[in-house]
Each structure stands twice: as C-alpha cells, then as structure tokens.
Design a protein. Structure first.
Ligand SMILES: Cc1cc2nc3c(=O)[nH]c(=O)nc-3n(C[C@H](O)[C@H](O)[C@H](O)COP(=O)(O)OP(=O)(O)OC[C@H]3O[C@@H](n4cnc5c(N)ncnc54)[C@H](O)[C@@H]3O)c2cc1C
Length: 288
C-alpha cells in the first residue's frame, strides 16, 4: 500500500524536482543555502543503479545551470552511494561516482556522500578516498558521532583536509559499534566539532540540538573562527524559525532538502527521532 505523500510533506519538499523549486526559492530568499537530496537508498538492481546515476547527473546539471551566476547557494547535492550500486558491485559504483563527479566539477557543484549504515561505512570512506584527490573541491563525506570508529576517521579526514559533515547518526546500530546514550553521543560530537573546526576544512555542523549549536557558537567565538569557515546544517521542515535566526545571527545555514517518490524510509527515520514529529504529522493528517 502506498501512503499519501501529504503525510511526508512537512519533511520532504516534493515528489519531483520541479515540484521542489518553490521550496528551494523560499529558502534562498531568506539567505539560507541548500543541498538537494534525491530520495532513495539500497538499490539492488544494476539497471536501477545506472538510472539513479543518470538522475544524479541530471540533477547536477540542473542545479549547476539554475544557480550559476546567482547569489543563491544551491549548487550542492547530497547523494547515497547505495543508490548507485554500492551493494551490488563496488567497482561499478565507483565508476558511477567518478562519472557523476566529472559532471559536478564541470558545473561547479559540490557532492556530499551521505553516510548510511555500518555495513557500508568502510566502503563509503574507501570510495571517498579514491575520488577525493581528483575532486578535492567537489566532494565531501559525512561522519557520525555515535560510531566508535569515528575518532580515527576524523583524524584521517583532518589529515586529508577533506570537507566533513558531522552528524549524530540516524541508523540503528549495535552497542558494539555505536554509542547508544545521548550524553556520550553529545560529548563525542563536541570533541569532533572542535577538532574539525580547528584542523579540518569548512566543516558542516549538522544538528538541530541547541546544546551542540550553542557549544559550536561558543567555541568559534572563543577561538576567533570566522563564520565563513564552517556552516550549520539542518533538515528541511525541522526548526525553520531557528534556521533563519542562526542566519540573522551572522552564521551560515544550509538546509538539506529531500525530494522524490522514495520518501518512506527517510520519513520514518524522522518520525523515529522525535515524538513531536509524529504528533505534527498526525495533526496535519487529521486537519486535511
Ligand atoms: C543536514 C543533515 C544531514 C544529515 N545527514 C546524515 C547522514 O548522512 N547520515 C546519518 O546517519 N544521519 C544524518 N543526519 C541525521 C542525524 O544523524 C540525526 O539523526 C538527526 O539530525 C537528529 O539528531 P539532532 O542532533 O539533530 O537532534 P536530536 O538528537 O533529534 O534532538 C536533540 C535535541 O535537539 C533539540 N531538537 C531537535 N529537533 C528539534 C525540533 N524539531 N524542534 C525543537 N527542538 C529540537 C531538542 O532539544 C532535542 O532534545 C543528518 C542531519 C542533518 C541535520
């Protein structure tokens, strides 16, 4: 059974790219930046993975052309390697990634490799390291503060001067691999945030958590780190007033804007994260 898209509208801009443009325009008009995410994950069929690569390429061309020569910071997309065949054949996926990045470089578009479950963390970081030397300004990665391995991964990314998005981590992982309690995850997040701001290159601090946003603001103020050396990131539909306030306070904010017909897994992750999201969705639904 297909659930009605109206349920997901709060967190997903539209089911098509053209349908997402009004949401993007509204965000840019307020001085915020965007990264576009074509929804989907874990494709198991080679021809569907090739289709996903072609859709990503066409997305890069579209945002490249739409925002070229404008003040709007929209030449940025977020992708999932599992959409381009990572679980089928890593060499095939790597070829797809290279094809995408060649077009991204041509159009001056930045491509962020979202981080998924721990079954593919190693493979994602390995592919990133393969392509990064060829596209240092067009590709970045994500590290998840809840993973126990992340301390070493942060060191490595700082050494490479790679652009990292830091987030807590959204997938269910076992206690052997991931911290489970919020206190420890926040503590790890703060340690990595400081390291990325000190030794990394243009990190993205991705969180809706006031505690972590406050810790970041204090750290950059204390250390005289200019607001153009990093950016905050939040998800579309989450704390929009706070997103705008952060920009009014003089910081950069990029909104992660998902679109596409495969919205269900993304949508359920958002619901799992916060009870308030469930209530919001239910109340929207019953108001219809
Ligand atoms: C831009 C972006 C990209 C991401 N990319 C990835 C990725 O590639 N891989 C991945 O695994 N995960 C990703 N995530 C998800 C991330 O890992 C977390 O699951 C998600 O952000 C929830 O953690 P949080 O720190 O934002 O806040 P939470 O842990 O959900 O909440 C902590 C506290 O923040 C405050 N808060 C949070 N939301 C709200 C709200 N709506 N209103 C009011 N207060 C609120 C509350 O005080 C709350 O107690 C991404 C997140 C963002 C923002």
């Amino acid at each position: 059974m297909r659930l009605p898209f109206a349920l997901a509208r709060r967190f997903v801009a539209a089911e098509t790219l053209s349908g997402a443009f009004p949401a993007l325009d509204a965000i840019h008009e307020k001085g915020l930046a965007t990264t576009l995410d074509l929804l989907g994950e874990y494709i198991k069929d080679r021809s569907l993975a090739a289709e996903a690569r072609d859709e990503y390429i066409s997305l890069v061309e579209t945002v490249g052309e739409r925002y070229s020569g404008t003040e709007r910071d929209g030449r940025n997309i977020s992708i999932k390697l599992s959409m381009m065949g990572q679980k089928i054949d890593e060499d095939f996926c790597l070829d797809n990634l290279r094809a995408l990045l060649a077009v991204a470089k041509q159009h001056d578009v930045f491509v962020r490799l979202d981080m998924e479950g721990t079954d593919i963390t190693d493979s994602t970081l390995a592919m990133f390291e393969e392509v990064y030397p060829h596209y240092p300004d067009n590709v970045g990665v994500v590290l998840q503060a809840y993973l126990k391995r992340t301390a070493a991964d942060i060191d490595r990314m700082c050494e490479l001067k790679a652009r990292v998005r830091l987030c807590k981590g959204a997938y269910r992982e076992p206690a052997s691999l991931a911290h489970q309690d919020m206190k420890t995850i926040r503590e790890r997040y703060v340690v990595y945030m400081k390291q990325l701001l000190t030794d990394g290159r243009y990190p993205a601090i991705a969180t809706h958590d006031d505690l972590l946003i406050g810790a970041t603001r204090s750290f950059v103020d204390q250390h005289g780190i200019a607001p153009d050396r990093f950016e905050f990131q939040m998800l579309y539909g989450m704390r929009p007033a706070t997103q705008e306030q952060i920009v009014r306070d003089g910081y950069r904010m990029r909104v992660y804007v998902p679109y596409g017909r495969q919205w269900y897994p993304y949508f359920t992750r958002r619901l799992r994260e916060r009870k308030e999201n469930v209530w919001f969705v239910l109340s929207t639904f019953f108001r219809r």
